[in-house]
Write a protein that binds this ligand. Structure first.
Ligand code: CA
Length: 221
């Protein structure tokens, strides 16, 4: 899951991005509203964490323009402003959730999982295509009789595939979901992770389409 963090406070930005990376998210951190609007255009993100008091364009304005443009990226507002009016305004402008600083980082990631899940039209917390299941909270994966806990990177890769069963992801697309801007991509990391996931769960869990990329099967109906 790739998250856009929009926050101009250095300490909070550092703490949140470190925590999210440790929780197997790729995080891109920008510090003003105009840069945020530009990078959202890439369409790379599964959710945005949005501060309200920002240089160049504040969070309300950014959110307003985003929704006006028809962009339905899940947004959680993170702010020190604790007035009820601000909360109502944020939600009415199209935010999906709201957290008041200082917040608990474990709660933040649980809420992130929840908004991404609802955005995908799912109520159940685990992801499955009917063959393999993944619990985003515990990083446990199930396939047949096998239950294993995946490493952070293994989880990030399988999570990406299971958010869109039947969709082929290229090597670059997978790397983008696993790594943020400032992280160096290790060579052959995608092959390495797919190999280790198949070793843990079985070779048929992830399919390879030669020359195109990898996918998990669509659920059978
Ligand atoms: Ca701020």
């Amino acid at each position: 899951m790739r998250i856009l963090l929009v926050e101009d406070d250095a300490m909070i930005g550092e703490a949140v991005s470190l925590f999210l990376r440790d929780s197997a998210c790729a995080v891109d951190w920008v510090k003003d509203g105009v840069t945020a609007a530009q990078v959202i255009e890439t369409g790379e993100y599964q959710a945005m964490l949005l501060d309200l008091g920002l240089p160049r364009r504040d969070g309300f304005e950014l959110l307003h323009r985003l929704r006006q443009a028809g962009n339905d990226l899940p947004v959680i507002i993170i702010t020190a402003r604790d007035s009820i009016q601000d909360r109502i305004k944020g939600l009415d402008l199209g935010a999906d959730d709201y957290m008041i600083k200082p917040f608990d980082l474990n709660e933040l990631i649980a809420r992130l999982r929840a908004v991404v899940r609802r955005h995908g039209g799912r109520a159940a917390p685990w992801l499955t295509n009917g063959t393999v299941s993944l619990d985003p909270a515990s990083h446990e994966a199930h396939h047949g009789d096998v239950t294993v806990t995946l490493s952070a990177r293994e989880f990030a890769l399988l999570h990406t595939l299971l958010l869109a069963p039947g969709t082929i992801f290229s090597r670059t697309a997978l790397e983008e979901r696993i790594y943020g801007w400032n992280e160096e991509v290790e060579s052959n990391v995608v092959d390495f992770l797919i190999h280790s996931i198949r070793k843990k769960l079985g070779g048929d869990v992830i399919k390879n389409i030669r020359g195109a990329g990898w996918l998990v099967d669509k659920p059978r109906t």
